[in-house]
Design a protein around this ligand. Sequence first.
Ligand code: NDP
Length: 445
Amino acid sequence: MAQPYDLVVIGAGSGGLAVSKRAVGHGATVAILEGDRVGGTCVIRGCVPKKLLVYGSAYRQILDHAPSHGWDLGAVQLSSARLFDNVRREVDRLNSRHEDLLASAGVELIREWGRFVDPHSVAAGDRLLQAERVVIACGGRPNLPDIPGAELAWVSDDLFELPQAPDSIVIVGGGYIACEFACILAGLGCSVTQVVRRDSILRGFDRALVAEVQAGMEAMGIGFRFRAQLRGITAVAAGRRITLDDGSHVDAEGVLLATGRHPNLEPLDLARAGVDSRAGRIPVDANQTTNIPHIFAIGDVTDRINLTPVAIDEGRCLADTLFANRPRRTNHSLVASAVFTQPELATVGLSEEAAAALHGREAIRIHRARFRSMANALAKAGPFCLLKLVVEKASDRVLGCHMVGEHAAEIIQMAAIAVGMGATKADFDRTMALHPSVAEEFVTL
Ligand code: NDP
């Protein structure tokens, strides 16, 4: 029988790539299994192509505002087909770059889906791999609501394969993916109707910021149908017809179902290894260990904070712990996140609502600024910026730092360092403003 690998990793997405490269760096023998393209959701059908489309879409506002800055551009043409093609080409480049990085690191890539045969054996096509340890890192996949005609809809994976932007679309859902694609497509000239089952978008985010994003999206021409549930989808000559629970219809070229994601567990045959996945996800302890001591899980299969940087950090901490005698754990508190809507929303720490629920309304203080940024001053148009600090009165500590507006993700990334270090409002105030900038408002509030 062949020598067992020190580590077999199932899934070559962000988490799997991180743990495997770090582990070989510490001298481990590592095989990584991937039945799809190397790079996973983030690189192939998520964050990366999405952000490239956001950049493409955002040209609309720049072009709209150009005359106010002296630029007369004449007739402007958009080829969304060229944009989509170029995005796919960039994804291809990154895909082969990740394959090269694996090879040069010394990780053995096996292009097969992995399936447990027993706790130490993983089947990969016609090979049977023996493993001292196994990391499950096979990510998530979109949820499809149980409604007639769901198979007629797109999920986010499909949108990246379209030849060009559709003329019209119905987007179901009010979360990250729904809102980001609504903005991307609206910017590319598509008529967008967003169907949301609650009375607002982006549950869990600070309400004042959500209202600002929603206002910006409405100004882009996105039509919302709130408190609306999808009853079914049928094919019609012009594309798709969705029927809502009040009996009304909306017709569009296509429908996107952006109704959440779930861990991708089906192909793994976890029962053969005795790994607990009864909750539809793989529970792990702070060291990423499942109920089986030599089997670990990282990233979206654990369904905790489903963000690329979290999966990468979990993978690197695990490899350092297992193979470098350097025990490390991912800190899952104060994880910053951004929604790449237009306007962009980014946040770290507690929302006003969460802080009030945790500490009591009387115990917190809110500082906020709402303004039209200088970038939009000449055009006298475009979304407003909203910056907000949630502060604990007794300690003066900044519990939450939130922003809607240009470069919000870039700004909050840096603010997250201060908030993570326990900065107080006085620390923010002591910091000299960088003028003129949008972010200076955080230190002059
Ligand atoms: P989200 O959980 O963010 O949103 C799902 C949305 O679908 C919610 O509005 C939810 O409503 C609604 N919904 C769920 N089931 C139904 C149903 N049966 N009928 C109608 N509406 C329904 O999931 P996404 O799919 O948008 O994104 C998945 C995850 O991917 C995110 O949670 C995030 O972790 C990650 N992601 C991160 C991004 C980023 O960092 N910028 C970008 C994209 C994805 P309700 O609120 O009522 O539950």
